[in-house]
Design a protein around this ligand. Structure first.
Ligand SMILES: *Cc1c(COP(=O)(O)O)cnc(C)c1O
Length: 388
């Protein structure tokens, strides 16, 4: 312990970081937002005085700016990323009993939306060498009752979905992208959120583009789906006080959160560039043979929302987590339990076993990767991990 302290000091770590539970937290939202405080305050002042608090100019201008950024015709803002998925699934107006394919290695986000919509989740394995759905396995799993696929670009690792989209279109199966971890992630110039029929985003404060509270959005080029989501987010109204086709709910992005997001959106690419730089430094620097780091192309297709390492032996994961804790390095597990093993639903999926999904759930550990992390912090983390 004493040795660790000397070690830390000898690397001239920023002393500000001694605030909080960890020397290096898994995220530092205050530090992230601090440069924008003056702009936020100005936005808040005008918001107060404007007197327009719901679905006003900030929401409209954010929707326009975000659809332009993603490269879709439409953007509808909603209350959070989970609502975004659920409203999207409902907007498809699928027949009762339809199956929706999804991965099982996130924290239930897509599965909740499928179940809450009264549909059946069908879990398909992720690829042998990555974290996202295996496209071949998705195609092989399609049946007559499969009506949609939710593809999550996990950790900010984007997948080119052109071929999947083409195959699914032939079979009239919808493709939904969950881009909650992939704001700004792209293949060439094409952004995640513009490959599928419709896509969802979260602006939870830790995301690559985060509000100062909850927020979410849906992007699409499909005018019918756009119209359905517009109605679903406000009770199901076609026109005021009149339900049109569907029973909706209230799920609106707050005007004030939209104002904060308008302030930050122009900085998203810069945040992502710094995340990618940190990830590249980890990739080059971490050489501990007990760990595996899965490679990516440094071409904007990974925006380093999260940086997972994998222990080769699952029994070592709690030891690594404890070691990092002793060295004041925050870490987390994204995510420990496959959806089909979650307590309230596991009896429905007793026969489901996905090899790659379970492998990753047992081995991944996330280390700090956020734009404000200093080079000295990154260097310290690499040295500690290599010493382990
Ligand atoms: C965060 C997240 C969500 C949920 O977003 P909320 O705004 O918290 O509801 C959905 N999917 C993924 C992959 C996420 O990371």
């Amino acid at each position: 312990m004493f040795l660790n302290v000397f070690y830390i000091i000898s690397f001239h770590i920023n002393y500000d970081l001694f605030r909080g539970d960890y020397l290096i937290q898994i995220n530092n939202l205050k530090q992230h937002n601090e440069p924008f405080f003056a702009q936020y305050e100005a936005k808040f002042q005008s918001f107060l005085r404007n007197g327009y608090y719901i679905l006003g100019d900030e929401v409209r201008s954010f929707e326009t700016a975000f659809s332009n950024y993603i490269g879709t015709q439409h953007c509808i803002s909603v209350a959070n990323g989970t609502d975004a998925i659920e409203l999207t699934v409902r907007a498809l107006q699928l027949p009762q009993g339809s199956e929706v394919i999804t991965a099982a290695n996130a924290a239930m986000y897509s599965t909740i939306s499928i179940l809450n919509s009264g549909l059946k989740p069908k879990f398909v394995d992720i690829s042998a060498d990555g974290y996202n759905l295996d496209i071949e396995k998705v195609l092989a799993a399609l049946t007559a009752t499969t009506k949609a696929v939710i593809f999550t670009h996990l950790y900010g690792r984007g997948t080119n979905l052109d071929s999947l989209k083409k195959e699914l279109s032939k079979k009239k199966v919808f493709l939904i992208e969950d881009c909650a971890q992939a704001h700004g992630c792209r293949i060439g110039d094409k952004k995640m959120g513009s490959f599928g029929d419709i896509a969802t985003f979260s602006f939870y404060p830790t995301k690559n583009l985060g509000a100062l509270g909850d927020g979410g959005a849906i992007t699409t080029n499909n005018s019918k789906l756009f119209q359905n989501v517009i109605e679903l987010r406000q009770y199901g109204w076609g026109k005021k006080y009149h339900l049109k086709e569907m029973v909706g709910r209230n799920s609106r992005l707050d005007e004030l959160q939209a104002a904060f997001l308008n302030t930050k959106l122009p900085h998203l690419d810069k945040f992502n560039a710094r995340r990618i730089e940190i990830a590249e430094t980890y990739l080059k620097g971490i050489t501990n043979s007990k760990l595996l780091i899965r490679k990516w192309n440094n071409d904007g297709s990974y925006v380093a929302h999260l940086f997972p390492v994998e222990v080769k032996d699952p029994a070592l994961r709690p030891l690594l987590a404890a070691y990092l804790g002793e060295n004041k390095i925050g870490c987390d597990i994204h995510y420990p339990v496959p959806d089909y093993k979650q307590t309230p639903i596991k009896t429905l999926f007793e026969s489901t076993r996905l090899e790659n999904t379970e492998d990753r759930c047992n081995k991944v550990l996330t280390i700090p990767c956020y734009p404000e992390l200093e080079n000295e912090n990154v260097k310290y983390i690499i040295e500690k991990i290599n010493k382990w």
